[in-house]
Design a protein around this ligand. Sequence first.
Ligand SMILES: Cc1ncc(C[n+]2csc(CCOP(=O)(O)OP(=O)(O)O)c2C)c(N)n1
Ligand SMILES: [Mg+2]
Length: 783
Amino acid sequence: MPDASTVSATHPDKIRLLEALERKVLWLSAWTIHNANHIRPSRDGLKVGGHQASSASLASIMTALYFDVLRPQDRVAVKPHASPVFHAIQYMLGRQTREKLERFRALGGAQSYPSRTKDTDDVDFSTGSVGLGVAVTAFASLVQDYVRLKGLSDQPEGRMVALVGDAEMDEGNVFEAMLEGWKHDLRNTWWIIDYNRQSLDSVVSDRLWVPIEGMFRSLDWNVQILKYGKKLQAAFAQEGGDALRQWIDTCPNQLYSALTFKGGAAWREALSRDLGDTRGIRHILDAHDDAALGGLMTNLAGHDLPTLLETFHGTTDDRPACFIAYTVKGRGLPFQGHKDNHAGLMNPEQMAAFKVACGLAEGQEWDRHAGLDVDPGDLDAFLAQVPFAQGTGPKGASRRLKSAAIPVPSTLAVDLGARMSTQEGFGKILGEIAKGDDDLAARIVTTSPDVTVSTNLGPWVNRRGLFARQETQDIFREQKVVSAQRWQGAPGGQHIELGIAEHNLFLMLAALGLSHDLFGARLLPIGTLYDPFIKRGLDAMNYAAYQDARFMVVATPSGVTLAPEGGAHQSIVTPLIGMGLPNVSSYEPAFVDELAAIMAWGFDHMQRPDGGSLYLRLSTRQVDQPRRGESGGLDRDAVIQGGYWLRPPAPDAEFAIVYCGALAPEALEAHAQVLEDCPGAGLLAVTSPDRLHAGWTAAQRQGRGWDAHVHHLLSALPPDARLVTVIDGHPATLSWLGSVRGQAVAALGVEKFGQSADIPDLYQAQGLDADAIVDACARVLLG
Ligand SMILES: Cc1ncc(C[n+]2csc(CCOP(=O)(O)OP(=O)(O)O)c2C)c(N)n1
Ligand SMILES: [Mg+2]
């Protein structure tokens, strides 16, 4: 029995076992999908789906990687549609159950696309929205450097590997990430491109890869093209081989795919027609029957285990590497090469034939050993020593790592000015933390897409420095050019400066926010950006939240309150995004003492197993700050739960004004006005429409809707009292409050794109000023 660690990378015994595993993995992935679609009873008549062709395309590469090349510290983002291959491999390694495979794409079963949070077989990065899994590996690599250079992680250095569908390279975010990686001296990143030259709809252009490859090379990636397997290379060495090679090299993708689908006889016909007169070709053709000829002509390197192993084991430096591995979509299955095979499923007859070809008898479909031409004992011994699955992980720990919780004080200090904006407050709170030398200060890491200074991270960066793998100089400072910003890079720096692409910000936050789990080093990441550009990075933000990364997003300026900046920068829909995104608690405080309470709670919440991330929608508008004292004045708990009565209503109040965020001054002014006629009217401060709503629906699910914080708040009003809600964002953010107790609502907010103006004009134009609020009060009173 060979020991993989001692034999050469391509020892024949090892290849034989790996080829057996490759066949088994191909079978299991196809069978898992077939079982879900054709055998498991359907209750809704809906096609279950799964991607047999996409899976087959990666079966060889994943076999080489998981059973031989990868180490426990390596982290992998698997192409979404190869999920069945991943689960099959884990099943062979004893880390996935048959039940989960049988329930592929059903509740509690193996997920359609690899999921960190729902799959139980050790997924490193969730994938699904193509391009994101690719890019996140680059950011994970930067995070690995970040924690290792600071001595926060004692884990062995791993490679961050993406298994990439070639059409994923159409996604711009991949290139954004490459550029960002280049700036930060990216290392230890492998992108292995499953170059089957097919996307979902079609066969892709032959010429596209010229510029893509050039892009990798120009950014200093080690590009390795894995085109031909050993069998084809041997044929090329024979007489006529040069002509054969040239013929394949110039064969259009579409024709190659069509011949691959049609098989040996079609290859013979085409080669006889085009090369029949070339010396040596006849001999090559005669030496192969149709099946063997089909096998030879599709012997691409992406399906050739010796070539794959030589290449991967031979890549030992830490330069970022891009492997362009030629593959066949649907390799070994009846629809291989067919342009429509993306969602294609083998029918029961095809599957029955495939089962026979795999040497499986009825009832042996899930058997780990059946049908293989290797000794079961040898196979088990080989599987037991697979490096990736050694013990349970690096240093004997699970591959899911842990990091002790970082203590967070219950209050965060802030020097309150009489008038300030929440953005200014944010800068001051972080500035205060930066002065300290506690764990909280050490574990916070900030990042921003070119808006560090304009989102008020300056005080933090000045004290904690920029992160760079090597010391960088601040030339302006050396030249004694006066500047408020100190921009010196060093491995100890705690701010990661990014280019403008917001997608990169959220992928960076995803990677930073998984550091405790991936590298055993808890970080408390804070990302800042302009609120409207949340939409620009939204899929990546969703992606980060989806895989339960933990981070704090601080977005300023927001709403139409950024007034003269104009309509293009005014964010309307973001409060609804904050409410709608699971795993993210969103807050929009009006005052800085509220913000300090939210941030203190947030740093703790980010670390709790049942916690989550935070989105703080802040403002650049300066407002008068209430002086509420250290204790008693502000009900911090109520702030966290989403709201409190700034001016409690009288028991017989006819209505209340409910405001959120930067419109506090207008709400206060309107409230003061209406008090003359309605002395009992209340003024409700909402710090988080999201938390209020979530608390309400959670309580309702438990049959205790009356116990929700928002229910308690609104119960201070008579049941028939009216509400006037106002927010610098879409009015639906607060209009639901009327449903809590069945109280009528007039909801003010922004429903049309804005324009440049000052605040008085804009608030008037959007119906948000004090007069508009007073008018709304009159309207609700009149019914
Ligand atoms: C962002 C996004 N857009 C669209 C899709 C739908 N989709 C799934 S796979 C696919 C094509 C994938 O082609 P490729 O990456 O080459 O993978 P292959 O199946 O060829 O291995 C598309 C468009 C998706 N998953 N994500
Ligand atoms: Mg493809």
